[in-house]
Write a protein that binds this ligand. Structure first.
Ligand code: ATP
Length: 360
């Protein structure tokens, strides 16, 4: 059992910089929570406060309903896996994994059992007598995870553990950590700046920007119901297109830019009625733009770049002053410079006000 709760947790560094502002998070027992956001958003600071490696300036951290603010890291029953693995170079893999248990005065037999069990889970039994310098990046990463597993902690904390691995290995380790979570059934908090890692691993995701939590939700809810423009743009790859325009009223309500005029259906128009003559941003995901559409909501555009991916094609098309990304079915007759008609699936699009709040 391990629930972690943060109430109004704030971090102000000595230079008065506020790195985390009033964070409220309730992490359930056995949950895999991902903290995600761009560089400098405060996700490592948040994790380090849970670990006890940074003081909490104000607010309260509880693990299983026990206030942890003043409890030293070693007594919090957590284990952390760092980005640089932090392995001891002069020790073998076995000694690296055993070290924390030795410090805690576990018996030799118990240490041996735990290290060998963890090594088997991670498929590194054959490496136990090697030193870290004789291991590949992926193997070192496993040892770092192994060192956390042997402790059998209430909570695992991961700080960008895959960022030093190449793309292929990262994908592989991603699924391995997910499997490990299912097998160990423990609470895990995982920090990454990679939204794909967040989407594929997290039961729920905490999106941070400038030290402020923007939204906490399941991956699909973040994708389908983003709380604001930042979340909408951060989650999804390729990223959502944003087009600035104004709302005008003719027979119907319209969204207009230099190169685009879209009539708005009644349900959307109702929400946008208070914004007539005002600037708003249309947000549309690349998968919700249709190529050579005869839909009513369509506009003429020019192809600027074609990226054939095999299973799909990513198009960059110019529409007035905007360059939009469209994700379309693979096709062979596309030409740079050619004119096309782009359709917009407005039922799946979003509108944001000038403060980046969602209107529809
Ligand atoms: P990254 O992905 O780059 O590691 P992050 O989201 O993990 O970023 P943090 O490391 O938590 O960000 O840092 C959050 C902010 O706090 C940054 O702007 C950083 O410069 C600042 N910061 C971090 N440590 C300190 C410190 N000791 N003193 C002052 N400011 C700090």
């Amino acid at each position: 059992m391990a629930q972690v709760s943060l109430r109004q947790v704030t971090k102000i560094y000595d230079n008065s910089f506020v790195a985390v502002k009033a964070a409220d998070i309730d992490i359930q027992d056995k949950e895999f929570i991902v903290l995600v956001g761009p560089s400098g958003c405060g996700k490592s600071t948040l994790l380090r406060m849970i670990a006890g490696l940074e003081d909490i300036s104000s607010g309260e951290l509880r693990i299983d309903d026990k206030v942890m603010n003043q409890v030293p890291p070693k007594d919090r029953d957590i284990a952390m896996v760092f980005q640089n693995y932090a392995l001891y170079p002069h020790m073998t893999v076995y000694q690296n994994m055993a070290f924390g248990l030795k410090l805690r005065k576990f018996s030799k037999e118990e240490i041996d059992r735990r290290v060998k069990d963890a090594a088997e889970i991670l498929d590194i039994s054959h490496l136990l007598h090697r030193k870290p310098k004789a291991l590949s990046g992926g193997q070192r990463q496993r040892v770092a995870v192994g060192r956390a597993i042997v402790r059998k902690p209430k909570v695992f904390l991961f700080d960008e553990p895959l960022s030093n691995l190449d793309a292929k290995l990262r994908v592989q380790m991603r699924t391995e950590i997910s499997k490990l979570h299912a097998r160990l059934e423990s609470t895990m908090v995982y920090v990454t700046h990679d939204q794909i890692e967040a989407m594929t691993m997290g039961d729920r995701i905490v999106v941070l920007k400038d030290g402020v939590i923007q939204q906490i939700d399941t991956p699909l809810k973040l994708y389908n119901n983003p709380a604001n423009k930042f979340v909408a743009g951060f989650i999804g790859s390729p990223a959502m297109n944003f087009i600035q325009g104004t709302i005008e009223k003719n027979d119907q309500l319209e969204f207009r830019t230099e190169g685009l005029l879209l009539s708005l259906a009644d349900d959307i128009a109702e929400k946008l009625a208070p914004f007539v003559h005002e600037q708003v941003t249309l947000g549309v995901r690349p998968e919700h733009i249709q190529y050579n559409s005869d839909a009513r909501a369509a506009a003429a555009a020019h192809i600027e770049v074609i990226e054939p991916m095999g299973n799909e094609t990513i198009l960059y098309v110019r529409l007035g002053k905007d360059v939009l990304t469209a994700r379309i079915a693979p096709q062979s007759h596309l030409k740079v410079g050619a004119e096309c008609r782009l359709g917009f699936d407005l039922a799946k699009a979003y509108f944001f006000d000038r403060h980046d709040n969602i209107i529809h």
